[in-house]
Design a protein around this ligand. Sequence first.
Ligand code: ATP
Ligand code: MG
Length: 696
Amino acid sequence: MSNTSHLEKLNGPQRKAVTFGEPLPEKGFKSGPLLIVAGAGTGKTDTLAHRVAHLVIHGVDPARILMLTFTRRAATEMRRRAHDITKKALNETLGGVSQTILQRLSWAGTFHSIGNRLLRHYSRHLKLDPQFSVMDRSDAADLMDGLRQELGLAAKEQRFPRKETCLQIYSYRVNTQRPLKETLEQQYPWCAQWEADLTRLYRAYVEQKQRYNVLDYDDLLLYWHVMMSDPRLAQHVGSNFDHVLVDEYQDTNKLQAEILHGLKPDGSGLTVVGDDAQAIYSFRAAAVENILGFPDRFTPRAEVVTLAQNYRSTQEVLDVSNAVMAEAPRQYRKHLLSIRGKGARARIVTVDELQTQAEYVCTEILRRREANVPLKRQAVLFRTSSHSDILEVELAKRKIPFVKFGGLKFLEAGHIKDLMSLLRWADNPRNTLAAFRTLQLMPGMGPVNARKAIEHLESNGHAFAALKTFAPPQPASGAWDKLTELMLALADPQRQWLGQLHLARDWYKPHFERIYEHFHTRIGDLDQLELLSGQYPSRERFLTELTLDPPNATSDLAGQPVLDEDYLILTTIHSAKGMEWDTVYLLNVVDGSFPSEFSTGKPELIEEERRLLYVALTRAQNDLALVVPLKFHLTNQSRQGDAHVYGGRSRFMTEKVLKHLEATSFHGSSSAGGDNLRADSESSTLDVSARLKEMW
Ligand code: ATP
Ligand code: MG
């Protein structure tokens, strides 16, 4: 096929990357390993989408292309783009090659989600029950906590690490593949004395997971990694895919790099893309060495393509970003050059305090909207989810609709957890965690009775039919019969997925209304969950995908009419990766936030904070405002008393950086008496989130 129209808009290096390799005589496309390394906004992701289209145009079956992205959202976007490009290039109206891309490009997702699918597929070879459930971090932490108590570690005289810390240490050690001793000494020195006890705890944790047939996030990579260490199996898994493409490669960890290597030991068909200046996940054991060392992993060396032109932002935005990175002590210099040329000067705006910051941002958002920049093209970025609390109140007051990413997790709400547990249990009868929660939804069923019921099931081979022969406490008896009926119905392998959530809701309704005081404010969430369930082909995929990459509040809920309307984006910087907006407001550009108060100990952590700031700045296309509240609230201080400190402008805002910023200040309406106002809004945070939900 000689169609090349899809290459027209690309610049030279982009085209080189897209076409790297050679078409096979009949059909198909062959290539060696390729690394695209370039700064923000230079079209890395776009180039990857074009490369997928290029492969398909040359006859590569989309079902044999594996695409690894950082989020589910990014995977969906990549499939859509590749489809559009192919369709345009082939000038197809209806039907034809491009039509099937969307469906056939199904191996697109995060490492964890793809790992989940492969593990189920190959479970027979791994002595793994393919009905395993995937548990989220909070369930994993709870499991860890239970064991911590069972092993008597919680009652130690000197304080044993908390459940979240135990899980973090475990996860770090697993993902870096370094011994526990080393992990403790280097990352958690204050826990080093607990090495023997932690080892005991982790052993119990692993055993318990196996007993319940549950895998945690890390297991998805870990099992996959183990699978790839068997050369025959690795070869078999790898042979499913002709091409493997990875975006945001700078944020992969050692396990992920080794998995890729196992899939394609000689690098054939392997393309990875990233920017070392945007590495922001070392706290989750990401290893920037992966991208830096990629070319030399192969003989002959991988091809390296660098992209220089930035298509996203005006030069003014890039000047600030470049200046921030120029001060990094150790870096690969990448000076971003805008193809778009000059624009408005970026601003640094000083405000008195957080309430004024919120007022400033709202005022500016409305002003930009008057200038024909829809809300959707504007985003407010912040370091930590709670940093937008006060702004959210102000937005609600002014009736500015917004969607928040990286914020309150939809799945963490009690009522959503209840329903998910019920379905998880139906999906995997051995999932004791899910069973334990579900059973206690009924009146009169406390932990003791729930445990008895689980033991009863266990001794009957986990068959739900055994629920019939258990005698529940009297108050639960009515609900019990209905539960038995429900579980038998849900566990029927012939039953299709569609409608199952509805069945579960029917059973749950009376308990939901009894358990939650203001239950009517929560019904909308259940509706959304049901709506969402229709987008997945099976119960397992629904449960796993949502667990791996939960929707954030009302955000990912496509199909909701409200999403057709205009709304502002609120997002943590970590969740803003790869995205772009016309206007970006960055909150709390103060020390304690940039860098985070928790990162000030080690130089390498400070550097990661600088890169985080760089990621934030490079999201803006035309308009960038950095807001510096003089009075800043530190999160680790108690809420009582005056927990506000004068943090001062971020240390990254040096003279050289400030030179590229227009300095202004903003005085809101409430400067006087602001303290009272702020205290009020803080104490009512919970009510606020309920109210905000009702907004839609
Ligand atoms: P990040 O590092 O933030 O992930 P990136 O390098 O992946 O950025 P993209 O998101 O792919 O960059 O591209 C940035 C913007 O530039 C997008 O709007 C994209 O459509 C546009 N773009 C990329 N290449 C070209 C091109 N050759 N011509 C016109 N626009 C382009
Ligand atoms: Mg990108």
